[in-house]
Design a protein around this ligand. Structure first.
Ligand code: ATP
Length: 315
């Protein structure tokens, strides 16, 4: 290890939230998890994690309306990430993590996973533990299925539980409006509601001749065009059935987004955030403004963006 004088005592990492452009839900495996086929896109709504040298482990969180929604102990994914990295590398010190959140909590945009990815990268840099991307990816997958994607960013296909990633050939920049809801949804509860909905409506899947949760070739063709109008009709989230069951108003929220000028809308991941795809930035600004005037919280973002990155603070 290098001498203490050359070490940084503070590392700032920024990691993106995600939207699932496509989410196909497959059969349940032996551990009770659904197999997934998903296409992630990292979007410009970021979590900032600042790691400072410390003897033990501590955490602060800002940027959330209700602080009680984010645990500050070992249940916090960023804290777990730091401890998993320390255990894997034999590092015997600690860290203070300052988390500045912008991704809605329990919103289906992978905010906690972004925090974990950012904490892995920040501590790896702070502690000079020198793990490469593959090893960080492996540790990330142990923490949560969405963590590897928050490390990688861009647009990628996720299989397995969403953690086995392949880069997707995608062109262009997509403009999004995100309608958020402070009242989050629990991902496991959404999967349970999906199971009930699917059992009731098996016909939805029974009429498909293909493996029904695979990403269809037409989706990749649309992604290659770089054209939002080509991608819009391909956006699809089978898990929506669970989110709609728990929060029926979400269907109307999508309709209002389209009525306000969006090309299409879907539930992001397990929800309740609604992601509206728009023709271009001007159209998206207009849609966001219209929705805000009706009292909704509408955020603007674009994608794809890079995964977790060290922010140069000019030191
Ligand atoms: P998913 O990745 O399952 O789609 P999500 O984006 O819907 O998750 P998160 O914001 O990641 O939701 O948080 C889900 C729950 O995880 C929260 O309700 C909270 O109790 C817990 N949690 C653990 N660590 C964090 C964190 N760093 N930030 C936010 N929530 C966290």
């Amino acid at each position: 290890m290098s001498d203490a004088g050359s070490r940084r005592d503070r590392v700032h990492v920024r990691a993106p939230g995600k939207i699932n452009l496509f989410l196909g839900v497959g059969p349940i495996d032996g551990d009770g998890y659904h197999a997934l086929s998903t296409v992630f896109q990292a979007v410009s709504l970021y979590e900032d994690v600042i790691a400072t040298a410390a003897d033990d482990f501590s955490l602060t969180v800002s940027g959330v309306a209700d602080p009680s929604t984010v645990p500050l102990d070992d249940r916090n994914l960023a804290m777990r990430a730091a401890k998993v990295l320390a255990a894997a590398t034999g590092y015997d010190g600690g860290v203070h993590l300052e988390i500045r959140k912008s991704v809605p909590v329990a919103g289906g945009m992978g905010g906690g996973s972004a925090d974990a990815a950012a904490a892995l990268v920040a501590c790896n840099e702070l502690w000079r533990t020198g793990l490469g991307h593959d090893r960080l990816h492996e540790l990330g997958a142990r923490l949560g299925a969405d963590v590897p994607f928050a490390l990688t960013g861009g647009t990628a296909v996720g299989t397995g539980r969403g953690d086995v990633l392949t880069a997707a050939l995608a062109r262009g920049r997509y403009e999004w409006v995100l309608i958020t809801d402070e009242d989050g949804l629990s991902t496991p509860e959404v999967y349970r509601a999906y199971d009930v909905a699917r059992a009731e409506e098996d016909r939805v899947y029974a009429d498909s001749p293909l493996d029904p949760f695979d990403v269809p070739p037409s989706f990749f063709e649309a992604l290659l065009t770089g054209d939002a109008e080509a991608l819009a009709p391909c956006l699809s989230n089978q898990l929506e059935a669970g989110a709609f069951r728990l929060r029926p108003a979400l269907e109307g929220t999508i309709e209002r987004g389209v009525a306000a000028g969006a090309l299409a809308g879907i539930v992001s991941g397990s929800g309740p955030t609604i992601a509206l795809l728009c023709t271009d930035a001007v159209a998206a600004d207009r849609v966001a403004e219209r929705l805000r005037s009706t009292g909704r919280t509408a955020l603007r973002a674009h994608g794809p963006v890079r995964g977790a990155q060290v922010v140069d603070e000019g030191r």
